[in-house]
Write a protein that binds this ligand. Structure first.
Ligand code: K1U
Ligand code: ZN
Length: 177
């Protein structure tokens, strides 16, 4: 496993539409392992392959939630998730506002409204087809990551003024680093 560099705005790769995966094989699992390690290191709760410069329809996620009924001071249990060729097969009319962030747009957070509840279909780490319902943070995060597969960033849901300000701020930040 390896920690890979996360690309940031305005890298044009982030606007690219990612290609479907033909086969879930060991090479793809190696990419997913690298993505997960990169996401944990950042740290973040999700990552799309294009964020490490790989234009394929792959997402990893770990919402780092505490198990149900656990004590307030309990450590979150790792729950890595892998989504290959994900599709939204249903979305709710009602929306949920959430203050989003993105590892490719460091230090910028803003509210985005998305469907509160979605049903998704994807291939898992073993290449098996899964259908699943997502709500709350899972719904927010999977929609944010699936936007990356289309070359869409959360700042594209904001006004042009806010988007331009965000890109200028990240350019300054990454130039200074
Ligand atoms: O860049 C990304 O796509 C990952 C992004 C996912 C996301 C966060 C919030 C709403 C929608 C999608 C992040 O992980 S940003 C960092 C973050 O949220 C976080 C970092 C450490 C602990 C907890 C959260
Ligand atoms: Zn993102």
């Amino acid at each position: 496993m390896a920690i890979r560099e996360i690309i940031t705005v305005p890298n044009p790769l982030l606007k690219q539409v990612s290609k479907p995966v033909d086969k879930v094989d060991d090479a793809l699992r190696e990419l997913m392992d690298d993505m997960l390690e990169t996401m944990y290191d950042a740290p973040g709760i999700g990552l799309a392959a294009i964020q490490i410069g790989e234009p394929v329809r792959v997402i990893v996620m770990d919402l780092q939630e505490k198990p149900e009924g656990a004590a307030d001071d309990a450590e979150p249990v790792k729950n890595p998730r892998y989504f290959v060729n994900p599709e939204i097969i249903w979305k709710s009319e009602d929306t949920l506002p959430y203050e989003e962030g993105c590892l490719s747009i460091p230090e910028i957070y803003d509210e985005v409204q998305r469907p509160a509840h979605v049903k998704i279909r994807y291939l898992n780490y073993q290449g098996e087809q899964v259908e699943e319902e997502a709500k709350g943070l899972f719904a927010v995060c999977i929609q944010h990551e699936m936007d990356h597969l289309e070359g869409v960033l959360f700042i594209d849901h904001l006004s042009k003024l806010k988007r331009d300000r965000a890109v200028t701020k990240v350019k300054k930040l990454t130039r200074a680093a």
